[in-house]
Write a protein that binds this ligand. Sequence first.
Ligand SMILES: C[S@@+](CC[C@H](N)C(=O)[O-])C[C@H]1O[C@@H](n2cnc3c(N)ncnc32)[C@H](O)[C@@H]1O
Length: 339
Amino acid sequence: MNTTISSLEKKHFPVMLSEVIQTCLASNKDQVILDCTFGGGGYCKELLKHPNFKVIALDRDKAAVKRANDIKKNFPTKFTFYNEKFSNLDKVVKKENKLDIIIFDLGLSTFQLQDYSRGFSFKSDKKIDMQMGLSTISAEDVINKMDEKNLKLIIKILGDEKEAGKIAKNIIKARAIKKINTVTELVGIIEASKKKNYNKRINVCTKTFQALRIFVNKETTELIEGLIKASQLIRSGGKIIVISFHSIEDKIIKYYFTNYSSNKSNPSRYMPIENNQKNSFFEKYKNNFLTPGPEELIKNPASRSAKLRQAIRTKQKFIYPKDLKEKFQKYINIENVEI
Ligand SMILES: C[S@@+](CC[C@H](N)C(=O)[O-])C[C@H]1O[C@@H](n2cnc3c(N)ncnc32)[C@H](O)[C@@H]1O
């Protein structure tokens, strides 16, 4: 392992690790666990220490393959890894796998954020790339090719940025003079566009960067597809655990777990009445979620916006939850805007 990676590894704190492990340990039986977001392998390494657990992991990032191979050397029969997006999890995992737990720890890994050549960090002076892996466009394409109206829409809706109009206008003005090549150039444009009395607690670029990253990686579409496939593949009595970091993700998870749980009797108007009465993929869901404890917040302040939600699958036969997609169609449409 080279020194850059090992120094990053030291700073890699898997978010809410003890809460995730405790949830998995709740049953003493043999368990098959699917980690849809391998990242630095923080959860996987801890789970594999348990003699009764087998772990299957996915990550869309090619850079995760080497880290996964290192783990595989120590656990050749208990660990399998696929370089795949979780929207395709049904391609690599079959129902026969009888998954007991499926975990999603959304967003970026420390490795991605701290590798400045990937262009996720405001501190980077490299290309504005922002591809997590298996993406088809880069943020550089978006910044330099997208029209002003759609650029504004993406920054406003996916970043919840009030000054989206001004930022989009200034990007168009800047690129008319010269192609915007680096993160430093983009940061300069955003800073010049923002009013001075901004919220000092978060960087002025946070919302625009979030919007670009979500768009480039189609993160809301991924989450919706991933959750649907997870609820299709998990065994009855199995748990889906999701850790989210921003309000769009949390809205989707909360909606799905609440409206498709046994405390709701009518999750979809597309379903026949007799199915409506019974169609509840998840056991009673009361909008409960966990957040990082005070010790974790001190050790890793970046975990402050994390929310862990979990739902338990019922015996209910899977019927495609069209209503979930319809509810969040606005985000899916935005993520599909052509450049
Ligand atoms: C927050 S990190 C996970 C950290 C991990 N829990 C750990 O303990 O090290 C999120 C990871 O999920 C991956 N990821 C994000 N969206 C994905 C998707 N749609 N499909 C597969 N992997 C994804 C990212 O590439 C990143 O490596």
